[in-house]
Structures are given as structure tokens and as C-alpha cells.
Design a protein around this ligand. Structure first.
Ligand code: FMN
Length: 368
């Protein structure tokens, strides 16, 4: 746990810019588009960045930041940063070992991994690959018994919580993948079993909570994007409201996650944890989320790029640089830990560049 990367990685990658550039070089066009793309016009992808790029900092000075603690607690356990690897399906098309490689990097650095049910090598083998804090994310593609079987397997293999992704009622149109023929034609519209996901309602959330109440299993609903649904989730006893628009890969023309986060934090009012993802690429982004009241930040594309850049060491190095950025930001804001951050450290400001998937990396030009 928490072993530094080898010196070669530290010399090769001084910045996240270099990680992204290496990922761009290493990935074939199909997997690259799969990672960076979004739905249809990719407006939601851009709005995720717009929401973050429209926040500026209000730094305080002379506050003794000689010792900075950028650790956090996640489901009651200490983690090195308030971030987690968000669930990514098909990681095996990006890095050898798929989710097992992500698990090894998460364990080596010291952050949690959320495993996608549509990622190889699967629930059991990923758990066996590394001893890290892990959460299991399910796409519902079977009946209640099928769901319960996944709960049992997740508990048997040490997953600390269970996540249902609820923003996939329809299989979206990812046009980069379609144009590049990266998605097999027979999967281009809907994967097998997806009618179960379309048929989900709050009844299934109620059933889940009732059925598994005795197991003290935290339930996370990933893909909440409105105050109204956050309220219903809390009323159903959900432990974590995970604000997400799937990285702009599902509904096009949604709002940016960081734009809806404050009102959801206010509405939930401490009755559940609020996590967030969508466009978080830099240390400053993570700090903004926590200042807005999120408890944890999911990283989707960034870990994919770290893995594509240089496998497990590449992702560990990505997280090290992110941590350095976080600590630099906290210190320059005049806070020594996340606990001292408040919304008063933020102000609205117009973005300085056109927001997009890569506006966090302006020195790259335009990689897509
Ligand atoms: C390549 C890729 C695959 C994804 N697969 C899943 C998945 O299997 N399950 C899920 O809930 N979300 C999935 N997501 C969404 C992420 O978990 C996360 O919500 C999103 O990527 C966050 O936005 P960001 O990529 O801008 O950080 C995927 C995202 C990407 C980029």
C-alpha cells in the first residue's frame, strides 16, 4: 500500500499533460474514441467541464499550511485522497489485465476502486488481484434473483458497498464509436438484458433495501442528476447519492455535474453522502468538488488515460501527480486539510477557454 512509483515513471511523467499525451499515442483510434467520447453532440461532456471551468478560487493567506493532509475517509475507511476509480466497463480494451490492473494501481496508491459489472476479469478475479477498498457497480441485466446473486458474490468477495447505476434506462448513441465501428453492430443499439435496466423503478430500490437490510450493505445510486431524485433516494434510505451524468455518455444536453452538485448537497442535507463525477481531471477540480460539499469524487476517463499511458505504474503516477496538485491547491488556498474547505473558497467566474473534454489540458492542443 502507498508504495511510490519507480523512478522511471517519476522522470517520464512530471505532469498530467504528459500522461494524456502518452495515452493518446498508445491507444488505437477505436479505444481512444471509446474512452473520450460522449453521447451524440457531446454537449453534456462539455458542460461537465464548463461547470468546473466556471468556478474560481478565493484564496486565504497567512494560515500556516506547512503540513497538509490531503487524506479523507471513504465509507468509514481512511484513503489517501477523496477520490475513487469510477466504474469503467471494457477496461480490458484499454489495458492488459483490465479491472485487475486498475485494482492493483488503486491498492498501490491507496484509493478505492469501483468495479463495473461489465468489465473483465470480473467480480471474483478483480477482488483476488489486489487488496484494496472496493465497491461493486451493477448494470441490472437480469431479474431480482440475478441481482441478489450479485449482492451475495460481492459480499463474499469483500466489496464494501453496492452500486446501482440508474442513468442507463436507454442505451445511448455514442457516435464516435458508431462512426468508427468500434462497437460491434449487434451491440450498437442495446446489449443483452438491457430491458431489465429500462424497466427499473423506485420499487426495485425499495425491494433492494428491504431484502438486504440485515446485511448493513451501503447502497449507492449512481446517476442522480436532480434535487427531486436525490430526495426520493434519501427517502428510500440510500446511503450514497452519486451525482453523475455518466461522464456525458448517456443523456445528451444535460447539466454539468458540478453545476447541480450544490443544490443536491443542500437538499440531501447530510441525510446521505453525496459523491460526484463528471469531468474531474485535475487536483483543482477535486478541491472544487469537496468545497461544494461532495464527500468523494469519481474519476472516469483520467484513470483510463493513466492506464493507457503506462499500465499500472502509469495510473499510480497519475494519482501521485493528482495528489501533488491537490496539496498545492489546498496550501495556496490557505487550508491544511479538506475539513477546512468551504464554499467561500469558491466564486463564479467565466471560463477562460472553450470548455471541452480536454480543456483541463490546454497545452496539448486538441487531442480528440
Ligand atoms: C470508458 C468508460 C466506460 C464506462 N463504463 C461505465 C460502467 O460500466 N458503469 C458505470 O456506472 N459507469 C461507467 N462509465 C462512467 C464512469 O463511471 C463515470 O461516471 C464517468 O466516466 C465520469 O466522468 P469522467 O470520465 O469525465 O471522469 C464509464 C465511463 C467511461 C469513460
Amino acid at each position: 500500500m502507498n508504495a511510490p512509483t519507480q523512478p522511471r515513471m517519476q522522470e517520464e511523467f512530471l505532469t498530467l499533460h504528459e500522461i494524456v499525451a502518452a495515452a493518446r499515442r498508445n491507444l488505437a483510434p477505436g479505444p481512444w474514441s471509446y474512452v473520450v467520447g460522449g453521447a451524440e453532440t457531446e454537449t453534456t461532456v462539455r458542460r461537465n467541464r464548463l461547470a468546473l471551468d466556471s468556478l474560481a478560487f478565493r484564496p486565504r493567506v497567512l494560515r500556516d499550511v506547512s503540513r497538509i493532509d490531503s487524506g479523507a475517509s471513504f465509507l468509514g475507511r481512511r484513503v489517501r485522497l477523496p477520490v475513487m476509480l469510477a466504474p469503467i466497463g471494457g477496461l480490458e480494451s484499454i489495458v492488459h489485465g483490465g479491472a485487475a490492473s486498475a485494482a492493483r494501481a488503486a491498492a498501490q496508491f491507496g484509493v478505492p476502486q469501483m468495479l463495473s459489472s461489465v468489465c473483465q476479469p470480473g467480480l471474483e478475479a478483480t477482488a483476488a488481484a489486489a487488496d484494496t477498498l472496493r465497491v461493486f457497480q451493477l448494470y441490472v441485466r437480469g431479474d431480482d434473483a440475478w441481482v441478489d446473486d450479485h449482492v451475495r458474490r460481492a459480499l463474499d468477495h469483500g466489496y464494501a458497498a453496492f452500486c446501482l447505476t440508474v442513468d442507463v434506462a436507454m442505451y445511448s448513441r455514442r457516435e464516435r464509436d458508431l462512426i468508427g465501428r468500434f462497437v460491434k453492430p449487434w451491440r450498437a443499439t442495446a446489449p443483452a438484458g438491457s430491458s431489465f435496466q429500462s424497466g427499473l423503478s423506485w420499487d426495485q430500490v425499495k425491494r433492494f433495501k428491504d431484502k438486504h437490510a440485515d446485511k448493513r450493505l451501503s447502497l449507492i445510486l449512481k446517476g442522480i442528476a436532480t434535487v427531486e431524485d436525490a430526495e426520493i433516494a434519501v427517502q428510500h434510505g440510500v446511503e450514497v447519492v452519486y451525482v453523475s451524468n455518466h461522464g456525458g455518455r448517456q443523456l445528451d444536453h444535460g447539466l454539468g455535474s458540478a453545476a447541480v452538485l450544490p443544490e443536491i448537497v443542500r437538499a440531501v442535507a447530510g441525510r446521505a453522502e453525496v459523491w460526484v463525477d463528471g469531468g474531474f481531471m485535475r487536483g483543482t477540480d477535486v478541491v472544487k468538488a469537496i468545497a461544494l460539499g461532495a464527500k468523494a469524487v469519481g474519476l472516469g476517463r483520467l484513470p483510463c488515460l493513466g492506464l493507457a499511458a503506462a499500465g499500472v505504474p502509469g495510473l499510480v503516477r497519475t494519482l501521485e501527480i493528482l495528489e501533488n496538485e491537490v496539496q498545492t491547491c489546498l496550501g495556496l488556498l490557505g487550508v491544511a486539510s479538506f475539513a477546512e474547505l468551504t464554499p467561500q473558497h469558491l466564486a463564479a467566474a467565466p471560463p477562460v477557454a472553450e470548455p471541452g473534454a480536454f480543456s483541463a489540458f490546454p497545452l496539448l492542443g486538441d487531442p480528440p
